[in-house]
Design a protein around this ligand. Structure first.
Ligand SMILES: [Fe+2]
Ligand SMILES: [Fe+2]
Length: 244
């Protein structure tokens, strides 16, 4: 994204309205925040909610095989569920479904360019990033239409998927929660293992990067607390103080 595009995104009426509605960042919450390890057992209600999305998962098995999506997407969904608990005013179905589908487009771009362009110095502005967002919208339209979601709802999902990596600002609370869920999986040790290997780096390098780059990008108080709790646990678990 060029500077002009960034300025345009920030000046977009949706960005302005969202910034005005939520002037305090990270966005505070009065609700309890669950910072337990993300693999902790689910409550019966939470398990029942997750099962609702099985028909979507069943339709994106091929897309789950690319770029670690079969690790990233389920873990991010669990974070999304907790984030929605912390911000009950959000449309949780919109957040949850956007999280499941947001990176499915990686399966429909040239895989050899994912690592060469998508993780280079200018990764946020790489053409392949825009392509995976466009392709992700196509997958979302196909899958959600098959499952009889309304056209209006499908459009909302696509508005969140479109620009989720390349647009510098969120346009809604649901968009912000999806963005935090998209980042939080990396703080779990599974995310650290996978992401460190993408960059051909060790876990200590990656946890340093999380601290410096990703923690400041978290948009919600719940996301910040979950991320920092997980980061502390993962650093201790992986002995990143010594193994560096
Ligand atoms: Fe993405
Ligand atoms: Fe993602």
């Amino acid at each position: 994204m060029t500077t002009t595009e960034e300025t345009t995104a920030v000046a977009d009426p949706r960005a302005k309205a969202f910034a005005a509605a939520y002037p305090v960042r990270p966005i505070p919450t009065e609700q309890p925040i669950n910072t337990d390890p993300i693999s902790s057992p689910l409550s019966p209600d939470a398990a029942e909610e997750l099962a609702k999305y099985n028909p979507i998962w069943e339709r994106i098995v091929p897309e789950s095989r690319t770029r670690g999506n079969d690790i990233h997407l389920p873990i991010s969904l669990r974070f999304a569920q907790r984030l929605c608990d912390a911000y009950p005013e959000a449309d949780r179905d919109l957040v949850m479904i956007s999280v499941i589908l947001h990176d499915t487009g990686w399966a429909h771009v040239d895989e050899s360019r994912i690592l060469s362009e998508g993780f280079g110095d200018n990764w946020r502005k790489a053409a392949i990033r825009y392509e995976h967002e466009e392709q992700g919208c196509k997958v979302a339209r196909r899958v959600l239409a098959e499952l009889d979601y309304s056209e209006e709802f499908i459009e909302k999902v696509c508005q969140i998927i479109d620009g989720h990596d390349t647009r510098p600002v969120a346009y809604s609370l649901e968009d912000a929660l999806m963005r935090d869920a998209d980042r939080l999986w990396r703080f779990d040790h599974a995310g650290i293992a996978l992401a460190a290997s993408w960059f051909s780096q060790d876990p200590a390098w990656y946890t340093d990067r999380l601290t410096v780059e990703i923690v400041p990008e978290l948009l919600t108080q719940a996301g910040f607390e979950m991320g920092t709790a997980d980061l502390a646990r993962s650093k201790e678990l992986l002995q990143t103080g010594i193994l560096r």
